[in-house]
Ligand binder design. Structure first.
Ligand SMILES: [Zn+2]
Ligand SMILES: [Zn+2]
Length: 368
C-alpha cells in the first residue's frame, strides 16, 4: 500500500518503512539508498524523525573504506551530524520529551565508567559514534539512547542545527588552549566547517585569528570565511610577517600544515590537532623539543561543548546559514561528491520532502 506522509500532521506510526543510506559492506563505495523498517526504540531509547543531517570527512572515509575505519561494522546506516524531533519513546523514558527538537551527542561514552564520570565521555574506552558504530541518521528515522540527546532552541533552523556537532568539535579544540586568548595570534589551518568554526570560537575569546587556506582547488570555503570577517592566507608561508604565532589549530589533515605549524609557532607555543590524517605526518621533532612546543590532540566533545556550540549557532544563525548546501536524501550522491571535492563548505541532507511518499503500511500492522 502507498502511504502519503503529510508533514504537517505526520504520524510516524502509519509508516513501517523508510529510506536510509546504508554502507553495505567493507568494499569501497558499496553504499545504497535502501528501504528499511522504521526502527523501534528499545528501553531507554527514543525514536527521532530526522530533519537534516550533515556530511563530513568521516563519512567520506567510511564510504571509501579508508585506513583507520576498520572498526566500523560491515553494514551500517551512515549519518551522525543530525537534528530531528523525538516522535516516540521506548520503555523507561518519560514521554514528555516527545516533540522536543534535539541533536544527538554523536560521539559519546558509556556514561558509567570513571572516565565518563570525570567529564570526559569522548575518551571512554566504550565510546561509540552514531552512524559509524551503529545505525545513524541518514534516514527518515533513527533511534538513540535518550541520555545522548541535546535539546535545541526551536528558533534554530534545521540546516544550521546540523552544524552543532562540528561546532562542538571546534569548541572542544579551542577549549584545549587553556591560556587567555585575548590579543594572542592564533592560526587555524583548514577552511572546512571545523576550521571556520574554530576561527569563530578563537576570535570570540579575543584572539587575532588567521585561517590558512589551500591555494589550489575551489575557493568557496576561503571566500565564505572572508565574508564572515576571518582573515585568510594562502599556505603557511604567507605567515612570515607579523608577531610570533602563539597557537595553531590544525584542522586540515595536510602534512604541510602540520610541519608548517611546528616551524611557525613561537617557542612555548601550542599546537592543537583536531584533524585526522590519512597517513602520519613527518615534522621537525627537534624543533618541537627545543622550542618546548605543546602538542595537544583533541577529539569529540563534551556536553558543555554542545552548549557552547548551540549558543554560537543561535547567535550567528543568519550569518552561518549560507555555510550549508542542502540536498535531498535521493540526491545524496551529489552531496557526497561535493563534500569530497570541497566545492561546498557543508553538505546537509534532508531525508524528508521529496522522499515522503514511500511504501508503507497502516498503524495496525506495526504491532510486532
Ligand atoms: Zn562529522
Ligand atoms: Zn565510559
Amino acid at each position: 500500500m502507498m502511504v502519503h506522509l503529510d508533514t504537517a500532521s505526520a504520524d510516524p506510526f502509519v509508516l513501517e518503512q523508510m529510506h536510509a543510506l546504508v554502507k553495505k559492506s567493507r568494499d569501497r563505495r558499496d553504499i545504497g539508498l535502501e528501504v528499511l523498517p522504521v526502527p523501534l526504540p528499545g528501553p531507554g531509547q527514543v525514536l527521532i524523525e530526522t530533519e537534516a543531517v550533515g556530511l563530513c570527512g568521516s563519512d567520506i572515509h567510511a564510504i571509501n573504506g579508508h585506513v583507520g575505519y576498520e572498526w566500523m561494522p560491515e553494514r551500517v546506516t551512515l549519518g551522525h551530524e543530525a537534528v530531528g524531533r523525538i516522535v516516540r519513546t521506548g520503555a523507561n523514558v518519560d514521554s514528555a520529551c516527545i516533540g522536543n527538537r534535539v541533536v544527538p551527542m554523536a560521539i559519546d561514552g558509556c556514561l558509567e565508567c570513571e572516565t565518563c564520570l570525570s567529564g570526559a565521555p569522548q575518551l571512554c574506552l566504550e565510546r561509540d559514534c552514531l552512524g559509524l558504530s551503529f545505525d545513524g541518521a541518514l534516514a527518515q528515522y533513527f533511534v538513540l539512547d535518550a541520555d545522548r540527546v541535546f535539546v535545541i532552541d526551536n528558533s534554530l533552523r534545521a540546516s544550521v542545527a546540523a552544524l552543532i556537532e562540528p561546532a562542538a568539535v571546534a569548541a572542544h579544540a579551542v577549549g584545549q588552549l587553556a591560556e587567555n586568548l585575548r590579543g594572542r595570534r592564533v592560526v587555524v589551518s583548514g577552511p572546512g566547517a571545523v576550521g571556520i568554526l574554530s576561527c569563530l570560537f578563537a576570535a570570540a575569546a579575543g584572539a587575532d585569528v588567521e585561517l590558512v587556506c589551500p591555494e589550489a582547488g575551489p575557493q568557496t570555503r576561503r571566500e565564505f570565511a572572508e565574508h564572515l570577517g576571518i582573515k585568510t592566507i594562502y599556505g603557511h608561508h604567507g605567515l612570515a610577517a607579523g608577531p610570533p604565532v602563539d597557537a595553531w589549530i590544525e584542522a586540515s589533515g595536510a602534512e604541510a600544515a602540520f610541519s608548517g605549524a611546528v616551524e611557525s609557532l613561537r617557542r612555548g607555543g601550542t599546537l592543537v590537532v583536531v584533524a585526522l590524517f590519512a597517513r602520519a605526518p613527518s615534522f621537525d621533532v627537534n624543533q618541537m623539543v627545543r622550542g618546548e612546543l605543546r602538542l595537544y590532540g583533541t577529539y569529540g566533545y563534551t556536553r558543555a561543548d554542545y552548549s557552547t556550540a548551540h549558543e554560537l549557532l543561535v547567535g550567528w544563525q543568519d550569518r552561518l546559514e549560507p555555510m550549508v548546501s542542502t540536498y535531498h536524501l535521493t540526491d545524496v550522491d551529489a552531496a557526497i561528491s561535493a563534500t569530497e571535492q570541497a566545492s561546498v563548505i557543508k553538505a546537509v541532507v534532508v531525508p524528508g520532502g521529496a522522499t515522503k511518499t514511500i511504501t508503507g503500511s497502516t498503524k495496525d500492522d506495526l504491532s510486532h
